[in-house]
Design a binder for this molecule. Structure first.
Ligand code: HEM
Length: 157
């Protein structure tokens, strides 16, 4: 089923256009990398605040609230640019363990970020003591690092 979709999207005019062009894939991958830098920054700034390693003048809930529009915006750009890259080499990604490693980490990271981690950074979320806040930050950084490693590894398989 998914392989049929991969073959279809790869042979679609969209997939062809990116694969055939000398500059489109690198241009889209550059957008992917710039958005990666922004999403990494927005995730880290909150996790560092949760760990108490910096930004102590602001409560982590305030840092998270300020960073959220940038995180959501860059995540949308990552998903769209990632899909464009994928569509040009979909069947290669289908058979690539690094791609599945990345997609597993990505799905988990997104689910975690918008559920448990959001609960920890909610204003007045005093129920979550310092140990849980630190644990929440470490899980977050681990999941997003997994996405990045998987993304980098795709090109090596
Ligand atoms: C927040 C989400 C994402 C992050 C952090 C991320 C991270 C990365 C990284 C670090 C690279 C390597 C760039 C390089 O080597 O120059 C990459 C490449 C890539 N990503 Fe993503 N990515 C994300 C979302 C996606 C999505 C949703 C897809 C597909 C549906 C995707 C598909 C790809 C593909 C196909 C490549 C190119 C691999 C190659 O070099 O052939 N990415 N990504």
């Amino acid at each position: 089923m998914f392989l049929t979709f991969c073959t279809w999207i790869e042979n679609s005019p969209f997939g062809w256009a990116i694969r055939d062009s000398k500059w489109l894939f690198p241009a889209i991958e550059s957008v992917h990398l710039v958005a990666l830098a922004i999403i990494a920054g927005t995730v880290l700034i909150v996790d560092i605040s949760l760990l108490g390693w910096g930004l102590r003048r602001q409560d982590p809930s305030q840092v998270a609230a300020d960073a959220r529009p940038w995180m959501v915006g860059s995540l949308v750009v990552m998903l769209l640019s990632g899909f464009a890259l994928f569509s040009s080499e979909a069947t290669k990604c289908y058979g690539n363990p690094a791609f599945w490693f990345k997609m597993t980490f990505l799905a988990t990271a997104i689910l975690y970020t918008f559920t448990l981690r959001s609960a920890v950074v909610r204003p007045k979320a005093r129920a979550w003591g310092p140990v849980w806040r630190k644990a929440a930050a470490i899980v977050s950084m681990t999941l997003w690092t997994g996405v990045g490693i998987g993304g980098r590894a795709i090109g090596f398989y």
